[in-house]
Design a protein. Sequence first.
Length: 434
Amino acid sequence: MSEPFKTKKYLAIANEPVFVGTGGYRIGRVDNTIVRDPATNLPKIPGSTISGNARYYSWLAYKSEGMNKEMNIACSKGKTTKDENGKDQEACGICQVCLTYGFINSKEAHSGLAYFSDARILFFPVSTMIGTVWLTSDEIVNEFINTGSEPITTGNDKFLYSQSIRNSLPQSNENKKILNFGWIMLEAKDSINSENWKLKKDADTDEIVNLIEILNRIENRICVVSKDVFHHIVNSNLETRTSVSINPITGAAESGALFTYEALPRGTVFIFDVTYENPANYMKDESMEIVIGTVEKGFNLFSSLGIGGMGTRGFGKIEIIDNRLDEKKYWEKLKDFIGKLNNNLNELETKISKLKQEIENEQDKNKKKELTKEKDKLEKEKQAFEQKKSLWMEYVGKVKTQKEVCVNNENDILNIFEEILLLNGEANNEQNQS
Ligand SMILES: [Zn+2]
């Protein structure tokens, strides 16, 4: 069996200010505080916020790609939810969103197969005399980054800087290189080769994102300060804005209902990880890649639909960088999975017809009853497999049609669709319909 768990690290950059409130603010008051990590007291995006948004967006992605059978609005939350007609809907428990993120319905409850860490600040943008630089702390660097040399230290009054900004650093009267970070002026200590930095591999992660894309985005303009100074600078450079509360029922502004909130600025770089559990741990045939692909489908929408609060006011669009599962791999694994579903169905079919024969030939009443019970159980199992299969087959057929329309250079993927449909003997039907 393949590995039971896999942890992937992800980097993200905020394309808009990210507001992640603690919730429960009182209208008209200045208490919309940002969520902080209790250990570092730095703002963070809680793992539960990432997972809640990812779930909804994975659901939206599957839905918009044409997965309709079984999957309903409750699958986007994993629990009973009112639909647009005010009717209670139950999470289906069959679709990939339910399986990946967990669900509870009247029959069963399952925890999800993806565990999200909090997203922590890796680089924080600050205005200086020489333009924006991205700040981090020695503590953060030593935790996440392989600098290729000894652990980094800075004093409380000094900073380290990327080679790329060396020549633009201002000089003090004493001919020392200095720079202001917001209102704090520090003296340059030494330069760093940040262009060679890589993310550290740790005991939990076997998948490493390369820092290159992020470093390019921020033009390699990095400065490192001590943990205390970093803390200070971050907290005094959060975006503070005042907004009007909107009455959610009338849509009108509440009179006098101004409130203030803090947000992490555009350009903030985050790091987080997701631990994926192998469905095989629960005797399920889906491969881990299908779980990963499902979560990452959701991640793709973070950059257009945003994360955290106030999404509708143009807040919280973050872009998750690189490190995505190859799409072809996702479809290949889905093909394997549907092959397995077919095998299971055939096996069950054989077992059921054998049982039917035995029941017919059995004279003993009690034994007959027992065999019938066994047969009913297998038939239920078969039904569940069939439901799952028809859900996926419908989806594959629809995505294939979409791909054929919009993409001409993805022949590899189109071939996989063809093979999946052949597995099911549906390739011809599909052609006849269109
Ligand atoms: Zn579902």
